[in-house]
Design a protein around this ligand. Structure first.
Ligand SMILES: Cc1cc2nc3c(=O)[nH]c(=O)nc-3n(C[C@H](O)[C@H](O)[C@H](O)COP(=O)(O)OP(=O)(O)OC[C@H]3O[C@@H](n4cnc5c(N)ncnc54)[C@H](O)[C@@H]3O)c2cc1C
Length: 438
């Protein structure tokens, strides 16, 4: 048989990784991307002279598959290690420093009662087990932590204060998840990797440097909005898409759908039953963010707002960029969901302006520079029981040769390393199924 042709839909980290790995194996790979640049949720944009991320802000030192790509692409020197970030958490009547890494800081923290400090020890056996057994970029290895919810798990193991003051704000602010909506898998698997030597990093040219470098190696058609993927009678797949108002189509031996999992149902015609059932179970959270230039000199820093401090705003960050101060203001999961339900996702600033000024009365915003950023699918929920669904679906993908494969963070782990491992995994499957690679 001649070498099969592959069409990858979506140039996020998962799709780019899969395409790159298959090209390395000698396959003819074409990538179709709806945006005019690569990277999906791992890129940056410029507006009103400000730079902001489309999604991810940092990588962790335990991102083994991502670091492998970094090294293959010769980007090691572009890595920028972050220093320890001081984050304040504000409650209605006080504020305190919140550690992002679990560690000794918690044992001496004045906000954690002594009985819960002692109870932290009860996490140790699970953390040790996770360190040994769990691949932090592949949640199928964390099936023992698929249930109950993270909130229930921590209430039982440690206590309500640790949950409310130290875990809930971090999960709400960094993941836009509430601890009662997700399983403990991500918490346990990442906490287990955070030893004193671990660190976070970005890239000299911004978070998009890795995806931009991957994209340079590949044949990508941008502004290609795929609207239909189907298996056809000649044993191939047909991909229909629109570019510059013109309808186009490609026939391909293999298609990899590397779009956000929440979009698959709208693209796939005549799904098999396993596909239909699984994709109904995939859920992402939305997120609204406001970026703006700040007119007066402001102290730089990051503040997380507790749930009872603000129903609208979860993070206010002031940073410096090219000689001006920049505001990053992130909405709460509840307000983001409400805006999505109301279809009110364009003028986010008007919705939060009053709350923002109530929280930060000294802030003077340059209203000509407002950027309203709406992210329809921030990250997938690994809700209690979801790992069971993903495992079943991966077994179906792994089992035998298919014409349509899937990759993305929702099939592995809800972060960059998950997207990367998922791209590698799908390329390995295709090599086994189509090239008889063992
Ligand atoms: C605000 C935010 C903060 C985050 N912070 C972090 C962090 O600090 N660290 C971390 O590790 N992770 C973080 N993440 C998660 C991380 O960004 C994602 O897990 C990862 O980038 C997902 O990659 P992906 O390839 O699976 O999906 P995506 O990057 O979403 O790629 C999907 C691609 O498909 C394209 N596409 C969609 N529909 C179509 C269509 N019809 N036709 C053609 N193309 C289409 C999209 O344009 C996109 O380029 C964050 C995410 C967000 C949103």
């Amino acid at each position: 048989m001649k070498t099969p042709g592959v069409t990858v839909i979506g140039a996020g980290l998962a799709g780019l990784t899969a395409a790159y790995r298959l090209k390395q194996r000698g396959l003819a790979v074409k990538v179709l991307e709806a945006n005019s640049e690569p990277g999906g949720r791992m890129a940056q944009r410029q507006e009103h002279g400000m730079t902001y991320n489309t999604g991810a802000r940092l990588c962790y030192s335990f991102y083994s598959n991502l670091l492998e790509l970094v090294s293959e692409l010769g980007l090691e020197d572009a890595i920028v290690r972050h220093g320890n970030m001081k984050i304040m958490c504000r409650e209605p009547d006080k504020q305190y420093v919140i550690p992002l890494k679990p560690g000794l800081g918690l044992l001496v923290h004045s906000e954690l009662p002594w009985n819960e400090k002692l109870a932290l020890l009860r996490l140790l056996p699970d953390l040790i087990k996770a360190r040994i057994k769990i691949n932090p970029g592949w949640m199928m290895t964390a099936a023992d932590f698929d249930e109950p919810s993270l909130a229930e798990y921590l209430r039982q193991k440690v206590g309500p204060v640790f949950l409310k003051k130290f875990v809930e704000p971090v999960f709400r602010c960094t993941r836009s998840w509430n601890p009662d909506q997700v399983s403990p898998a991500l918490f346990i698997s990442t906490a287990a990797q955070m030893d004193p030597g671990s660190y976070t990093f970005g890239f000299q040219e911004g978070m998009g440097q890795l995806t931009a470098e991957l994209a340079k190696q590949l044949d990508i058609e941008y502004q290609a909005h795929v609207n239909d993927v189907r298996r056809i009678a000649n044993g191939k797949c047909l991909v229909r898409y629109k570019r510059d108002g013109v309808e186009k189509e490609i026939e391909s031996d293999i298609v990899i759908l590397a779009v956000e999992g929440a979009r698959v149902t709208n693209l796939l015609s005549e799904p098999e039953q396993t596909e239909e059932e699984f994709f109904q179970s995939v859920k992402y959270n939305p997120l609204g963010v406001v970026h703006a230039k700040v007119e007066s000199k402001q102290p730089s820093g990051v503040t997380f707002f507790s749930r009872d401090c603000s129903p609208d705003i979860s993070i206010v960050e002031i940073g410096q960029q090219n000689g001006f101060y920049k505001l990053y203001c992130q909405l709460t999961p509840e307000l983001s969901k409400k805006l999505k339900d109301d279809g009110n996702t364009s003028d986010i600033y008007s919705v939060i302006k009053e709350s923002l000024l109530a929280l930060c009365p000294k802030l003077k915003i340059n209203e000509q520079s407002i950027v309203n950023q709406w992210i329809e699918n921030k990250i997938p929920y690994f809700y209690p029981g979801y790992i069971k669904n993903v495992t079943k679906f991966q077994d179906y993908q792994d089992d035998s040769r298919r014409r349509i494969y899937y990759c993305g963070d929702y099939l592995s782990q809800a972060l960059l390393e998950g997207a990367c491992q998922s791209g590698n995994h799908v390329a390995d499957n295709i090599a086994r199924h189509w090239l008889n690679e063992t």
